[in-house]
Write a protein that binds this ligand. Structure first.
Ligand SMILES: Nc1ncnc2c1ncn2[C@@H]1O[C@H](COP(=O)(O)O)[C@@H](OP(=O)(O)O)[C@H]1O
Ligand SMILES: [Mg+2]
Ligand SMILES: [Mg+2]
Ligand SMILES: [Mg+2]
Length: 315
């Protein structure tokens, strides 16, 4: 029996149910998007997905803490009664017995922010802008034990025809779940940067496109960069669709959030790749909700890593 079998099973069931909720919402015509205080969007599906996943974690592992992106504060205000009603209706499609009080409590189960010996981190929809524009998005869940990511479950509902699900356990491997079973995934073996495929955010506010073009030129990368929303980029590198994922800071001092990276980072590491910050330092997941000790992210197939870090240092 492999390590963390129960955690993997619960995590995969949770992200799969959450992905169903997200796709249900996407197939409708009203996402009920709301702008958060930082102007970023949140939709009925972000809240619904967080409710579904936190419910599952709470039920299976009642003592574990959860650091998730959203909270139910906005939904508890009178103004947002129609949004709350939509969230509850969508949650009920997946969990018929759910009621309003439960939905709110499940969402708020994810409000931890501090480090803990055993803590899950959840992005209920990573790439909300991608979700809204019909692009890629992901439901990303990871278990961090003593600061190390041990388990990852990553649902990419808009990847491939039917959506794709990836998972990884530290020291065990990275897999794509298919109808025919779990298929191990592996990064490419490209060591010639001129032949590499580079991916980055669609949003130039999330990763500096001008800077990445300079770095690509320095590495003699011939192909145009592939722009994709969400942690689907990590999946793309992990299974060999791309060789490099760059996330270059656009604002000095921006701290990355752990839920934007934990699941994807373990999937790439277990697929044989490498993930660091732009200075080549390992991402430090031991500090609570933020990657306080890191700037940006560089993920590669491993072989290209040193060359990419060197090109960034020069640029
Ligand atoms: N200035 C910034 N720099 C880097 N990432 C940012 C950012 N502002 C927002 N983000 C993050 O970028 C994530 C999306 O990444 P990507 O561009 O790869 O799709 C968002 O996740 P959410 O969509 O979950 O809010 C958000 O957390
Ligand atoms: Mg967000
Ligand atoms: Mg995110
Ligand atoms: Mg999100």
């Amino acid at each position: 029996m492999s390590a963390y079998q129960r955690e993997v099973q619960i995590a995969l069931e949770a992200v799969t149910s959450a992905a169903v909720l997200c796709q249900n919402v996407r197939q409708g015509d009203d996402f009920v998007a709301l702008a958060k205080s930082d102007k970023s969007p949140v939709t009925v599906a972000d809240f619904g997905s967080q409710a579904i996943v936190c419910r599952a974690i709470r039920a299976a592992f009642p003592r574990d803490l959860i650091i998730a992106e959203e909270n139910a504060d906005a939904l508890r205000t009178e103004d947002q009664a129609p949004l709350l009603a939509r969230v509850v209706a969508e949650v009920k499609k997946v969990v018929p017995s759910a009621d309003e009080a439960q939905a709110l409590a499940w969402i708020d189960a994810g409000i931890s922010r501090d480090a803990a010996p055993r803590v899950w981190t959840l992005d209920p929809i990573d790439g909300t802008k991608g979700f809204l524009r019909g692009g890629q998005y992901a439901v990303a869940l990871a278990l961090i034990i003593d600061g190390q990511i041990e388990v990852a479950a990553l649902a990419c509902p808009a990847l491939d025809d039917e959506g794709s699900i990836f998972w990884a356990v530290r020291g065990v491997g990275a897999f794509q779940r298919t109808a025919a079973g779990d298929k191990p995934i592996e990064v490419t073996s490209t060591s010639n940067s001129a032949k590499a495929a580079l991916c980055e955010s669609v949003e130039s506010g999330h990763s500096d496109h001008d800077q990445s073009a300079k770095i690509a030129a320095a590495l003699q990368i011939a192909r145009p960069s592939v722009r994709m929303d969400s942690q689907a980029k990590y999946a793309a590198v992990a299974r060999g669709d791309a060789d490099i994922y760059l996330r270059l800071p656009t604002i000095a001092g921006y701290q990355e959030k752990i839920w934007d990276h934990a699941a994807g980072a373990l999937v790439i590491a277990e697929a044989g790749g490498k993930v660091t910050d732009i200075d080549g330092q390992p991402l430090d997941f031991s500090l609570g909700s933020m990657l306080k000790n890191n700037r940006g992210v560089v993920a590669t197939n491993g072989r290209l890593h040193d060359a990419v870090i060197a090109a960034i240092a020069k640029a």
